[in-house]
Design a binder for this molecule. Structure first.
Ligand code: HEM
Length: 460
């Protein structure tokens, strides 16, 4: 072939490739238009994520939730991933419960090992297997057995805060409560007593904090292009500091090894979460389909998160329970939940194609005045049994719904109530010169920009 002919062939190949790219991109990003679903205009590569970058996640949810009032769903593109945002509560209920088999998995999110094996990331039978092992560890009976561990952590928290109150120190609640959470994880989950409020054992809490402190830009890149994580793995780039990961995993490994030695041949001595993992790894006849791999066990150990007034029955603290629910209604930690459709499914008359994601914009739902009149007002009365009975069952989404909801919900509620009851029994939080109220939130995540500063006054 002469040079002229070769040039012509290459030019045609390049033009065809370019045309194919344009046509496939237009076809891909016109999906919602073709389905008759409204939504903000998407651009190649970033999809509609440019709106989130410009407006922030909270504002984006709020603006679009209002803009598409009257529609059951609206469509967005997180990068190349098409997502139907569900506004209709019956649709949300059906996706989470009735049609769960079509929506088992969450959208893949790129993380590095062993975090990529965390339960929130697992898929299909793999998830089912792990969930069936983990769920019994959070039954009401097992949670009752965690009381002493959680009580001890809460006692340490209250002691630490009482010292601050006596010294007139200002307290940043996020930091103190993260340490408390860490102690609950260690105690209730692993049977290891730690007191992260004291310097000698705070290294693990500090490591965990650092591990979760991802760079916003890295999160953004891995969210839009999950394959980038493979490049990071090949070139050895760590998205969270290696030192902190090592400190945290050494702690987890030590607890694990110590338990294995402690229980020896008789693994039925303890009944906590760690024991479940050990038994699942050892037991050939486990109720689950397969035993856990080391990676899964490690990730599971890592995914377990976080007071105490003796003789108080926390079940009876109904008003406190209402306050906690109202708190997480106004500030839901899971701002955005999702599932991926694994086979075409029609939900409440809306066809959802295979591969399309469904998203629940929880913060927008929790501030919808039609569901929650005067939504910016902190009003625990919204959670009386009568009010709850009059509301749609999935209107409150703080812990998700259906088989893939928060497995640690009961422990989380106990933990929060024990801390609050202990603090409020001994102290009164009052504003101080560093208090910013209303709380100024980060645009993208549930994080108080200026911290959560209060002064605690001891009760007479
Ligand atoms: C106030 C505290 C907490 C809140 C608001 C919360 C909220 C949530 C939410 C919204 C989800 C996703 C649910 C869905 O997609 O439908 C979730 C999942 C999960 N949570 Fe929590 N959570 C809390 C504490 C805990 C604790 C203490 C643990 C464990 C000890 C825990 C373990 C998990 C796990 C393992 C999953 C994944 C479940 C699965 O994929 O099957 N959470 N949580």
């Amino acid at each position: 072939m002469d040079t002229c002919c070769l040039t012509t062939v290459l030019t045609w190949a390049a033009v065809s490739l370019f045309l194919w790219y344009i046509i496939s991109t237009v076809w891909h990003y016109s999906l919602f238009y073709r389905l008759g679903i409204p939504g903000p205009f998407p651009f190649p590569v970033v999809g509609t994520f440019y709106c989130i970058m410009r407006q922030g996640l909270y504002n984006f949810q709020k603006v679009n939730y209002e803009r598409y009032r009257g529609h059951k769903v609206y469509g967005i593109f997180d990068g190349a991933q098409p997502m139907m945002v569900l506004r209709d509560l019956d649709m949300i209920k059906d996706v989470c419960i009735k049609h769960f088999s079509c929506f088992v998995n969450r959208r893949p999110f790129a993380l590095q090992p062993p975090a990529d094996h965390m339960m929130t990331m697992l898929k299909d039978d793999h998830w089912k297997n792990v969930r069936s092992i983990v769920s019994p560890a959070f039954s009401s009976g097992k949670i009752r057995r965690m009381y002493p561990g959680v009580t001890q952590s809460a006692t340490n928290l209250v002691r630490r805060l009482k010292e601050s109150a006596a010294n007139g120190e200002l307290v940043e609640l996020k930091d103190v409560m993260s340490r408390y959470s860490m102690d609950v994880i260690a105690g209730a989950g692993f049977g290891v007593e730690t007191n992260s409020h004291e310097d000698s054992t705070s290294a693990v809490a500090d490591a965990l904090k650092e591990m979760m402190n991802f760079s916003g830009m890295i999160l953004f890149i891995t969210f839009l292009c999950p394959w980038v994580i493979n490049v990071f793995n090949v070139v050895g780039y760590e998205i969270s500091p290696k030192n902190s990961r090592e400190v945290f995993f050494s702690f987890v490994d030590a607890a694990y090894e110590s338990r294995k030695q402690e229980t020896g041949g008789n693994s039925s001595k303890r009944n906590d979460f760690l024991q479940m993992i050990i038994e699942a790894q050892e037991d050939e006849g486990s109720t689950a389909n397969d035993n856990l791999s080391n990676e899964e066990a490690k990730a599971l150990k890592m995914s377990t998160p976080r007071k105490p007034l003796t003789r108080l029955d926390y079940q009876e603290l109904t008003y406190l329970d209402m306050c906690v629910n109202e708190g997480i209604r106004m500030f839901p930690p899971g701002v955005l939940l999702d599932r991926i459709c694994n086979k075409e499914c029609t939900v409440q008359g809306v066809k959802i194609p295979k591969g399309v994601g469904v998203a629940f914009h929880v913060n927008a739902l929790h501030h919808d005045p039609e569901l929650w009149p005067n939504p910016e007002k902190f009003d625990p009365e919204r959670f009386t049994p009568e009010s709850k009975a009059n509301r749609h069952p999935v209107a409150h989404m703080s812990f998700g719904h259906g088989p893939r909801n928060c497995v640690g919900m009961r422990l989380a509620q106990l933990e929060v109530k024990m801390a609050l009851a202990g603090i409020l029994y001994h102290m009164t939080p009052v504003p101080c010169e560093k208090t910013v109220y209303p709380v100024a939130l980060d645009k993208m995540q549930l994080k108080a920009l200026d911290g959560l500063w209060v002064k605690l006054e001891q009760r007479k």
